[in-house]
Design a protein around this ligand. Sequence first.
Ligand code: TRP
Length: 329
Amino acid sequence: MRVVSGIQPTGNLHLGNYLGAIRRWVRMQHEMECLIFLADLHSLSEHIPAAERRRNVHEMAASLIACGIDPEIAVLYNQARIPAHAELCWLLNGTARMGWLNRMTQWKDKAGKNREGASVALFDYPVLQAADVLLYQATHVPVGEDQKQHLELARDIAQKFNTDYGVELFILPEPLIGETAARIMSLRDGNAKMSKSDPSDMSRVNLGDDSDTIAQKIRKAKTDPEPLPDNVDALAGRPEALNLVTIYAALTDRSSQSVLDDFAGKGFGAFKPALADLVVETLAPIRARLQDFDAHPEALEAILEKGSAKAAALAAPTLERAYRAMGLR
Ligand code: TRP
């Protein structure tokens, strides 16, 4: 089994990112061969200044390592260091169909009414994503609901390429459906996802927040006046209460029901301090590692350089075979 997964580089990661995708990868790296990369080439689909892009890639890489991705175990790199991603994308552009890309819901959502003004990179985004995984002969790709369609497209492209050129070059990657990642919601609104773009910093716990800030954010989190119930069904219609219980459960690797077994009948005056302690305890070592990287940015460069060299070596044979299959070499 070989897993390949990418993440869009953004700065300012928060508890929702950690308990969602990142922790899943941290566990996966011990169970199978994992290649994890920062999708910096994908970030060209929207314009941002160079300095911001550079900072995003650094912050994301530092956060992943701080959260437990071990670059000695998983192969960790950023796309842009490996020309093979862009090269294979171009080769696959001959195979992908306009009609297929036009049906992508992410394209439709992001381009909205302004298709004429959208970048070609936004339209071609799924083909680059196909290249990302086909390049490494990935057997599995961990996908959330929003990326399923892109993975299916990668399979369609792989199959058509193999058929058109009469080769058995690309492996058709399977989705890796894991335990459903905890959906962590805003601390100010239990119906909105915790998000780095929420204008209120009180809505999220950032990985870099210090312990006092974390405790304050949990203390001020929106709740309701009722005590906690003794079963999960009774949290229906209480999105803020449900969210805090979900966070507690995720941090302790327990079910929400087992958390309620402990706290049934207690109010938030008792629950919030317990939750705050847990979040502080979990994030303190992560924040410390982030500060180390702030002090030694060159360490991060070296890690990404090394990871990229490993990935480039894994990618080279498949890229060469693709060139040959197409009569380009
Ligand atoms: N599109 C993915 C996302 O937004 C990121 C991504 C790029 C990716 N290339 C990938 C994910 C390859 C898995 C495999 O989340």
